[in-house]
Design a protein around this ligand. Structure first.
Ligand SMILES: Nc1ncnc2c1ncn2[C@@H]1O[C@H](COP(=O)(O)OP(=O)(O)OP(=O)(O)O)[C@@H](O)[C@H]1O
Ligand SMILES: [Mg+2]
Length: 369
């Protein structure tokens, strides 16, 4: 039986478990703590920054993959040196460790991007600001940001003096987008590549709150543009596994890349119910070098809403009575303000009524927002 190891015991590893069972794959999780969302498949608890612990975990695996992008490059290279395949590779994952490195690589690949520059305490501020079109612009910490932490819209330098004191920042134009889209796809080692339909992501306070799939009012040129863009990026970086390309759509319909994620992504959760193949199944197929599953949709539309903060005790049964068609994914995380603790998916025909339905469920079970 193919043995796949996953570093990280979060919700993404958790959602790989049913996919692994259905594929007949032995999934082994290396988690940071005894109690984690993926504890059902955890075979080792340890520190993913420790080379010997990760190398020990990966012996006897057919392939090593991830639930997050934080494993240091040196650790990944050591595993690769022992002959165990690591997908996505250390080379590819390095891009996701630093948003400046990612922008540089995307530029080499010729991908359309927002205007951007790098700023430090030594940089000439006026010329940096001119490069991104002036205030307001967007400052990003190159390392360690997630869920909008590490991203600030700034109108004056005083708003980022604290960050500049810590090191260089990525500065971007504030893109006047009409909406945000994500294009999920997966690639096998030999180059077989398959995408899902583009989805629309809606953020609140910089964090993804809702996803609609397919994105409403998709014209053929948006579909072909986003598919070509994601395909070129996947090939260019030689990704193996799921790749999420987050893009901004401009008023003229064109697209610019916000960022990449090299793993199953929040914007792709809707495909578990909506598509013939979930992103978790596809990720496992891709890293195990198995033929990819069909990405056709089973229903015209699906929506996903995230659950933040906590899930009220005993509320799920009530929600299922209210909306028996809703799929509630509870990550088994302890509550904390703003924390993503689960999501709800509803599939059907009409985006607005599906959103309203999913929102009803969210209201019924969210302990807080
Ligand atoms: N240049 C920009 N112009 C306008 N809005 C932006 C820009 N960059 C980021 N944003 C907004 O901030 C959100 C979060 O930014 P980004 O995706 O870079 O951060 P993140 O913390 O890595 O996000 P996540 O991990 O949740 O995907 C984006 O989804 C978008 O709404
Ligand atoms: Mg993002």
């Amino acid at each position: 039986m193919t043995k796949i190891g996953v570093v990280g015991g979060g919700q993404l590893a958790r959602m790989m478990i049913p996919a692994a069972i259905n594929l007949g794959i032995d999934l082994q999780v290396f988690a940071e703590a005894e109690q984690s969302p993926a504890s059902m498949a955890t075979t080792l608890v340890g520190d993913f920054r420790d080379t010997s612990e990760v190398v020990n975990f990966s012996q006897n695996l057919d392939v090593l993959t991830f639930d997050h992008e934080h494993v240091p490059t040196e650790v990944l290279r050591e595993v690769e040196n022992t002959g165990v395949p690591v997908f996505p590779s250390a080379d590819a994952l390095t891009l996701t460790h630093n948003k400046i490195v990612m922008r540089e690589r995307l530029e080499e690949l010729g991908a359309p991007q927002p205007r951007w520059t790098v700023i430090s305490e030594q940089t000439d501020r006026e010329s940096a600001l001119a490069e991104v079109g002036g205030f307001p612009c967007v400052a990003k910490k190159p390392v360690g940001g997630y869920d909008g932490k590490g991203v600030r819209v700034v109108e004056s330098w005083s708003e980022i003096e604290d960050w500049l004191a810590e090191g260089s920042l990525l500065l971007e134009e504030k893109v006047p987008f009409t909406r945000e889209l994500a294009l999920l796809s997966a690639r096998r080692p030999g180059g077989e590549w398959l995408s899902w339909t583009p989805v629309e992501t809606r953020q609140k306070n910089g964090v993804c709150s809702e996803v609609i799939a397919p994105a409403p009012d998709l014209d053929p040129s948006t579909i072909s543009q986003s598919t070509e863009l994601a395909g070129a990026i996947a090939e260019g970086i030689g990704i193996v596994g799921v790749l999420a390309v987050e893009v901004f759509q401009l008023p003229d319909g064109s697209l610019v890349v916000n960022e990449l994620a090299m793993r199953p992504h929040n914007s792709g959760h809707v495909f578990t119910e909506l598509s013939q193949t979930s992103q978790f199944e596809q990720h496992l197929r891709a890293v195990a070098d198995l033929p990819l599953g069909a990405t056709d949709l089973l229903q015209p539309r699906g929506v996903m809403v995230n659950l933040f903060g906590g899930i009220k005790t005993d509320s799920k049964a009530r929600a299922w009575t209210l909306a028996p068609e809703a799929k509630i994914h509870d990550y088994g995380k302890s509550p904390r303000p703003g924390r993503k603790v689960g999501h709800v998916v509803v599939v059907g025909a009409d985006a607005e009524s599906l959103l309203a339905r999913a929102e009803e469920v969210r209201q019924a079970i969210s302990a807080s927002s």
